[in-house]
Design a protein around this ligand. Structure first.
Ligand SMILES: Nc1ncnc2c1ncn2[C@@H]1O[C@H](COP(=O)(O)OP(=O)(O)O)[C@@H](O)[C@H]1O
Ligand SMILES: [Mg+2]
Length: 436
């Protein structure tokens, strides 16, 4: 490519951004009012220069970032590499590097090995070079910005990652369903959502789809006046601002679309009533937990088939096994390109009750059991009565580990952890050889 063409392509590429970014440009106020607010995401920026640090710090304090969790650190790409070698990467990582294009590319290659799938990487560099820009995008970097940048250009870039028309959808939807009523599917759903938010630091929303009898509000000690029913029954009004008003905050990172749990209405939902609500919530949060009641209607079937993951909770008896088998078969057939459902065995060890062993249960379904949770009526009933999660009641309870495991699997953290371990394997082997 000739220098000339290079230059013009480059300016075409960077022009809109540069124009809008000029800190003193008159156009800035007008353009900036169109930057959509950031969704509920975790963003960590590792800056090398104090200017970039200041820009992201200022961006984090902007009203458009009020739903997001942004931390700004020093040390650039090298610090990020160190930091995430044994920690999960958040939804977005911003890394600054003043290295030459060649070393930047090789540093990023190393970094990509420890980056969890689903994490978007933004690079702040010091080389204004369109070839480098293309190479980075080609390798999966979401955006390349040339320093120095303003707070607004940082914000606009972060916002575009999620709001631009060709942005990948943000959220994963995970449908939780019981093989029978009362087996603890909602309890599992709520505790897993809590683990995603509080232990894995990923924002989550619970949508309670059991409009007549849902217990999510009770379980989190919340009694919101509005929630899921308004969303489902006012589709013509549905947009992100309205949806936001229907949500209740349970913790800093966990929100709830509660069910009305009143019987003044018949809830005969149309087959396509729930889908648009789910699609809209998924745009604003990384993890959407769908608490699906134990029933078989058109909308319930579609919700299970359409989810990114399905978690089936079953108690270890014959009726549960039969129902779980039917569900698993249907889901395998209807979702041939998705992984099979995730199985949780709950209420294990009810006194004097014969039960089917976990191994047999798993073999019959040709599925691994992801979590086995024992029957602990005192603990679970007290938690439910107090409006608390099991981990808040008793952090050492076996169930807490089970909920966390499911949380890691559904949010993609379990695979990430495995790959990170395997990249350390050679080192481990050497260590063992030395010891031996
Ligand atoms: N492992 C457990 N040990 C004891 N009680 C449990 C356990 N899991 C759930 N429960 C209790 O079982 C009841 C039904 O749970 P719920 O989550 O509403 O079931 P589902 O949503 O499948 O109908 C609740 O009272 C809950 O506290
Ligand atoms: Mg339920």
């Amino acid at each position: 490519m000739t220098q000339e063409r290079w230059g013009s392509e480059m300016s075409a590429l960077l022009q809109p951004r540069l124009e809008a970014d000029g800190p003193d440009s008159d156009g800035e106020t007008a353009v900036d009012s169109f930057v959509p607010p950031l969704p509920r995401v975790s963003i960590q920026a590792f800056c090398e220069t104090s200017e970039t640090h200041a820009a992201f710090t200022e961006a984090a304090a902007d009203r458009r970032a009020s739903r997001a969790h942004i931390t700004v650190q020093v040390g650039g790409l090298a610090a990020a590499q160190e930091f995430y070698s044994d920690a999960a990467t958040p939804n977005v990582v911003v890394v600054e590097s003043s290295a030459s294009p060649k070393s930047l590319l090789s540093d990023l290659e190393r970094f990509s090995e420890i980056c969890d799938p689903g994490t978007r990487v933004v690079v702040v560099g010091h080389t204004n070079d369109v070839t480098l820009y293309r190479e980075l995008i080609h390798r999966g970097v979401s955006e390349y910005l040339v320093a120095p940048l303003t707070a607004m250009s940082a914000l606009r870039t972060l916002s575009d990652l999620f709001a631009s028309p060709d942005a990948e959808p943000l959220g994963r939807s995970i449908a939780f369903v019981g093989a029978k009523g009362g087996v603890g599917s909602s309890t599992v759903a709520h505790n897993v959502a809590w683990a995603v938010a509080q232990q894995l630091h990923n924002d989550a929303v619970i949508a309670d789809l059991d409009l007549a009898f849902g217990t999510a509000g009770l379980d989190f000690n919340q009694d919101p006046p509005q929630g899921m029913a308004e969303a489902v029954y006012s589709r013509e009004r549905l947009d992100e601002v309205y949806l936001e008003r229907l949500m209740t905050k349970c913790t800093d990172r966990l929100s709830l679309m509660a069910a009305p749990a009143t019987l003044d209405k018949d809830y005969d939902l149309e087959g396509d009533a729930v889908e648009p609500v789910i699609d809209l919530i998924r745009k604003s949060v990384p993890v959407l937990v769908l608490d699906v009641p134990h029933l078989w209607t058109n909308w319930a079937r579609r919700t299970l088939l359409g989810a990114d993951d399905v978690v089936i909770t079953a108690a270890p008896d014959l009726a549960n096994l039969r129902n779980a088998k039917n569900l698993v078969d249907l889901l395998r057939q209807g979702r041939p390109h998705d992984r099979p459902p995730i199985l949780v065995l709950n209420q294990i060890g009810v006194p004097k009750k014969p039960e089917i062993g976990a191994k047999e249960f798993a073999a019959a379904l040709e599925l691994e059991v992801t979590a086995e949770i024992s029957f602990e009526p005192q603990l679970f009933a007290t938690a439910a009565n107090n409006g608390q999660m099991i981990a808040e009641m008793q952090a050492s309870a076996g169930a807490v580990e089970g909920f966390r495991t499911v949380a890691e699997v559904v949010s993609g953290r379990a695979e990430a952890r495995r790959t990170k371990r395997s990249s350390l394997a050679p080192l481990f082997e050497r260590f063992l050889r030395l010891k031996g």
